[in-house]
Design a binder for this molecule. Structure first.
Ligand SMILES: *Cc1c(COP(=O)(O)O)cnc(C)c1O
Length: 344
């Protein structure tokens, strides 16, 4: 692993083990359940790691809890600020509330009110600024610079990466013979942490990142050899949208150095994954969380080397969209009827 990120020198399995002890009282140790149906299709045993059962509805509670538990208490005196409309915002709000820390989540005025309400309901103050993510970002930076708040990055932070990596330790405990892990991939905090945790003990395990075809910033950056921006497009896997940051310091290099394969999925394939998880496994998974199942159903995983664990990462999906997708007579009808295709 020549040319590996500096992060690797300071981040190893011990850091992730310490994160696990730190966040144990704050997050769930989630179950990992076999999916005989997906196993029959894949030709190898397949397990689902149920991170959608975290109290915030997604694994991001692990990273946010670890970040807040790692920061010196006095640096949290003015509170913590995050920029997010989704699972990161929910995670920071809930972790902060549990630790008695003030949380402010900045977002633009274009964010739908149900998303705003969900984050507010978890106890965060909402700051609506401007009409773009960039303007929300500027407000967050101002709160850090002028009001002394701490900043909670969504993925590019060693404490966030270590927190997400605790999933990898649980995967190894529950499936010591794991041969491959299917990881939803966006900014790469989840991938970097899980890959570090697993490869430290089992370098032979195949780590596969999965994104949507529409606007996969990490995939484009890996192809370019440096962080690049891509146009953000509407997708069922909305939690996988957004850039990786042009001055990315940790998650890009770690992902680059640890990833064995990347799979990109169409909207129809993602819808098929959501439908399968609901109709065959009775699980409510958002689009980003269904990509592991989707990749197996699409035959995109090729020859998996053996027992495979797919990370089901979250359940925060608009219920009108979800019920339409899972109840449509066919996948084609599910995708055609969705706003995602109308926006294309
Ligand atoms: C954030 C998120 C991901 C991707 O995590 P990154 O660290 O950004 O790669 C996957 N699934 C869900 C549900 C998420 O919220």
């Amino acid at each position: 692993m020549a040319g590996t990120a500096d992060t690797l020198k300071t981040m190893d399995a011990a850091v992730i083990g310490a994160a696990r002890a730190r966040i144990a009282p704050l997050v769930r140790r989630t179950p990992q359940v076999p999916s005989p149906g997906l196993g029959a299709i894949a030709g190898v045993p397949v397990d689902l790691k149920l991170e959608q059962l975290q109290d915030s509805g997604a694994f991001k509670l692990r990273g946010a809890s670890n970040l807040l538990a790692t920061l010196p208490r006095d640096s949290l005196a003015k509170g913590v600020v995050a920029v997010s409309t989704g699972n990161h915002g929910r995670a920071v709000a809930l972790a902060a509330r549990r630790m008695g820390v003030r949380a402010v989540v900045c977002m633009s005025s274009l964010v739908p009110s149900n998303k705003v309400d969900a984050i507010r309901a978890l106890g965060a103050e909402i700051r609506i600024v401007g009409r773009s993510q960039d303007e929300a970002d500027e407000e967050a930076r101002r709160l850090v610079a002028e009001e002394g708040m701490a900043y909670a990055a969504p993925f590019d932070d060693p404490a966030i990466i270590a927190g997400q990596g605790t999933i990898g330790l649980e995967v190894l405990e529950d499936a010591p013979d794991v041969a491959a892990v299917l990881v939803p991939l966006s900014g790469g905090g989840l991938f970097a942490g899980v890959a570090l945790a697993i490869k430290a003990q089992r370098p032979d395990v195949k780590l596969i990142g999965i994104s949507m075809e529409r606007g996969a910033a990490m995939h484009a950056s890996l192809a370019a050899g440096r962080p690049v921006a891509v146009e953000e497009l509407p997708t069922l896997a909305d939690s996988l949208g957004g850039g990786i940051g042009l001055s990315n310091r940790h998650s890009f290099a770690l992902t680059r150095d640890l990833i064995d394969d990347v799979i990109l999925l169409t909207e129809a394939e993602i819808a098929a994954g959501m439908r399968w998880l609901y109709r065959q496994e009775q699980l409510v998974a958002e689009g980003a969380a269904a990509v592991g199942a989707a990749a197996i159903l699409a035959g995109e995983t090729g020859r998996l080397p053996g027992r495979t664990v797919a990370l089901v990462t979250g359940r925060n999906v608009d219920m009108d969209t979800f019920t339409r997708i899972v109840s449509a007579p066919t996948v084609e009808a599910a995708v055609q009827g969705s706003r995602i295709m109308e926006a294309a």
